[in-house]
Design a binder for this molecule. Structure first.
Ligand code: G4P
Length: 530
């Protein structure tokens, strides 16, 4: 096996999706602990707390050096190299979160056992579904009073229209939570309520549920319930089928308690055993296979760097194929220019030492002054264009105005640049002098206002609009398109790339437009073309 094939086979690039408070930060920390990337509990947690506090936002921003590094966390476990991509999921929920999911091969969905599927989980799940990203579910907080596990499985199946199968089964819950039986590995793991930093042992290998070891290790009523419930759930759920999971049709469900380090090892083992290795990336003129010898990658996220005044940015590139080495010269396909990558940020290194290389499936950060944009391709010379890196229709729209009217023109330029970075969607209505900014999380308006003021020296105000949503519009028939735009002139705007957008006032307005112009398509996502 070549070194490249070997490296690709071992890679697991994934993200965690969840609703705030379900335990993503805690689980992330425990994954790093099991992966040997951190030594003590507490390291990641501090960040989670800082994030939650709104007033702390600026501080978090100033510490961006840290957040750049923690946007991608790399660790080893079970012979695999894991790249965990952070998806900010609190009030700073943004398009970045969505787009990060275009750079992963699988996801872990964390659910609070008492709350089930919550709104943000559902939204993120829908994005995963767009690309058939396979999902492993972790039902967290079993050490608290939780919902009935049957109920939880049923809710996942019903609300997400996804087949479910338990990978482990909980024995009790809350104070009575004793542990889990691993249904895929036939292993009994018991919860020892030790110190939070202790890693649990690997559990007891059993020969199925009838093994007498269970009777010896568990109270009678607990074994009886376990046998009965597993019998029942096996009758209700399909068997685990790795192909159905990898196709995004079935989710294996693990139960655990991240705070007690419980269930984390099984989850990691599940990822190592079943999660897909880097997959072929959709691109034109041809898909790109990870095991191709030549290097290629795409930008999925841009992050302003420590010193915003210098417009320094880090472009996060997912390697789609090949082997990357520090100092490589690559082609920036959109401009046709050569980039000399002598100073990339690589996340592979333990202890933050700079590493020298990366492989397909890994992420590298490229410092730049704004020449790299979301969706851009870099290659060893081939004119590739990666597809499937969409922009998502924003859900909140506000008008932005320069407090000093003389700065209106500068504001246009600032908005253009921020839109290119993917910080928000920016629309210029064809009629009137306003700019409309669209975001998916309300905190993004504050972030934008602050950046426009500090980085461009333009104080601005955001004002509410009567707008409900934005849709990119397209039609094969150019005449129909023109007729539509003429008939709806006040609702037509251009985005920063010059693509036409329909700004709907309410659901009825959008429905009416769709009915009246059936040949016009109203798109919730737009491909970010390189
Ligand atoms: P998030 O990143 O998804 O927002 O969640 P986070 O990990 O910050 O966890 C949210 C809260 O849930 C935290 O409590 C955390 O300690 C708790 N938690 C996480 N996993 C478990 C679990 O398995 N069992 C129990 N019982 N609680 C869990 P907090 O009160 O906000 O913080 P802290 O005071 O505990 O640090």
């Amino acid at each position: 096996m070549s070194q490249l094939t070997d490296a690709v086979d071992k890679r697991r690039t994934f993200a965690i999706i969840s609703h705030p408070d379900a335990g993503k930060t805690t689980l992330t920390e425990k994954l790093l602990l099991f992966g040997g990337a951190i030594q003590a509990a507490g390291a990641v947690k501090a960040r989670g707390d800082a994030r939650r506090a709104r007033s702390d936002w600026m501080k978090v921003e100033q510490e961006r050096g840290i957040s750049v590094a923690s946007s991608v966390m790399t660790f080893d476990f079970g012979g695999c190299v894991f790249n965990l991509l952070d998806t900010p999921g609190h009030e700073d929920f943004s398009e970045d979160t969505y787009r990060t999911l275009t750079a992963v091969d699988s996801a872990v969905m964390v659910i609070d056992a008492a709350k089930g599927i919550e709104t943000q989980t559902r939204k993120l799940f829908e994005v995963c579904r767009l690309r058939d990203v396979p999902i492993i579910t972790f039902v967290n907080k079993m050490d608290r009073e939780a919902r009935d596990p049957f109920d939880i499985l049923d809710e996942i199946e019903q609300t997400l229209a996804l087949d479910v199968t338990p990978a482990s089964w909980p024995i009790g819950m809350g104070r009575e939570f004793l542990g889990c039986y691993d249904l895929l590995k036939d292993r009994l793991a018991l919860l020892h309520r030790k110190g939070r930093g202790d890693l649990p042992d690997e559990g007891e290998v059993c020969e199925g549920l009838d093994d007498a070891k269970l009777d010896a290790l568990l109270p009678d009523h607990a074994v009886a319930t376990l046998r009965e419930q597993v019998d029942m759930v096996r009758g209700l759920c399909p068997d685990f089928d790795v192909e159905a999971y990898r196709a995004g049709h079935l989710t294996p469900v693990y139960f655990g308690s991240a705070i007690n380090n419980f269930g984390v090892r099984e989850l990691l083992q599940g990822l190592a055993d079943h999660a897909p290795k880097p997959r072929s990336q959709p691109a034109s003129p041809r898909p790109v296979d990870p095991t191709e010898d030549t290097f290629a990658g795409f930008v999925f996220k841009i992050q302003a760097n420590m010193d915003p005044k210098h417009r320094d940015r880090i472009a996060f590139v997912r390697l789609a194929s090949g082997h990357f080495q520090r100092g490589m010269k690559v082609k920036h396909v959109r401009s046709g220019k050569t980039l000399n990558l002598h100073n990339p940020v690589l996340f592979l290194a333990q202890d933050r030492e700079l590493a020298e290389e990366a492989w397909a499936g890994d992420i590298i950060g490229i410092p730049n002054h704004g020449n790299l944009r979301i969706g851009d391709a870099i290659s060893e010379g081939e004119d590739l264009r990666f597809t499937g890196i969409p922009s998502f229709a924003p859900e909140l729209l506000q008008k932005v105005r320069a407090l000093d009217p003389l700065k209106a023109k500068h504001l246009g330029r600032a908005l253009q640049q921020l839109a290119e970075e993917g910080a928000a969607a920016v629309f210029k209505p064809r009629i009137g002098a306003d700019w409309i900014v669209g975001v998916v999380g309300p905190l993004q308006f504050e972030v934008m206002a602050d950046r426009i003021r500090t980085e461009y020296g333009i104080p601005v105000a955001f004002e509410p609009t009567q707008l409900y949503t934005a849709r990119w519009i397209a039609a094969e028939d150019t005449l129909q398109m023109k007729r539509f735009c003429d008939a709806n002139a006040v609702a037509i705007a251009d985005d920063h790339d010059g693509h036409e957008v329909f700004l709907a006032r309410n659901a009825w307005h959008l429905n009416k437009a769709e009915e009246e112009f059936p040949s016009v398509r109203f798109l919730k996502t737009k491909e970010t073309a390189a």
